[in-house]
Design a protein around this ligand. Structure first.
Ligand SMILES: C[S@@+](CC[C@H](N)C(=O)[O-])C[C@H]1O[C@@H](n2cnc3c(N)ncnc32)[C@H](O)[C@@H]1O
Length: 231
């Protein structure tokens, strides 16, 4: 006798929702690797963050939908050809993830953990001293289900992304970071407000209503006052 477990029912419900999801269908039609592309697209269309010629760092890039979107924005004439678009790339995309990434033409990929100094050093060497126009981070740790530890791990990734952005962004550059609403959210919002001239939290339509995810956007670095006695 087959016993239907709750998790099987949940998986089936998730699969049904997923298959009927407008953005999943759109992603299949437009050649994106994940529906996540439409989250970055909406953020970009709302705030006008991405322009050809920029240097962009894509953190937590696998399977690659955000890099595909960036790739298309940097090859406007090729847009709409499906996939990541190919041909001349006006701009530079450096993508990083723990997981491998199926190559995207023109995207420089680094596999590794953003927490690790040697991975950061590889990222910095790929930048070769160029200032960054935009850092986008869709990174999220594997959730353990223990709320306090999950939000602490998420917060650490975001703090590292903010630190990286402060070190490498142009003064007018921007940072987009995925965050989960819940404990720790207000501290992260405060961190963004302290570091950026403009702060905008944004929940794109492509982000499922039942998901706690939202995106923090910081635009334009504030000039940090020098710490007293630190010269
Ligand atoms: C939601 S997925 C990103 C989807 C991606 N934006 C896209 O459009 O295809 C989150 C990614 O963050 C990556 N990630 C999580 N922690 C990381 C870390 N410490 N360093 C690098 N990547 C990390 C995961 O491996 C995962 O691929």
């Amino acid at each position: 006798m087959k016993i239907k477990t709750k998790s099987k029912k949940v998986n089936k419900a998730w699969l049904n929702d997923h298959m009927n999801d407008t953005y999943v269908k759109l992603a299949q039609r437009e050649g994106y690797r994940a529906r996540a592309a439409y989250k970055l697209k909406e953020i970009d269309e709302t705030l006008g963050l991405i322009r050809p010629g920029q240097v962009v760092v894509d953190l937590g890039a696998a399977p690659g939908a955000w890099s595909q979107y960036l790739r298309r924005r940097f090859a406007p004439k090729e847009a709409g050809t499906g996939g990541a678009a190919s041909g001349a790339l006006d701009g530079s995309i450096i993508a990083l993830d723990l997981l491998p990434l199926e190559p995207i033409e023109g995207v420089h990929f680094i596999q590794g953990d953003f927490h690790e100094d040697e991975v950061l050093a590889k990222l910095e060497s790929a930048l070769g001293g160029r200032p960054v126009d935009l850092v986008v981070s869709d990174m999220a740790p594997n959730l353990s289900g223990i709320a306090a530890s999950d939000s602490a791990r998420m917060a650490l990734l975001i703090e590292l992304a903010v630190e990286f952005a402060e070190k490498h962004l142009r003064p007018e550059g921007a940072l987009v970071c995925k965050v989960f609403h819940g404990s720790g959210y207000s501290q992260l919002a405060t961190l963004f407000k302290a570091r950026f001239r403009v702060f905008k939290p944004i929940k794109p339509k492509a982000s499922r209503d039942k998901s706690a995810e939202t995106f923090l956007v910081g635009i334009g670095l504030k000039k940090m006052a020098k710490a007293v006695g630190n010269d």
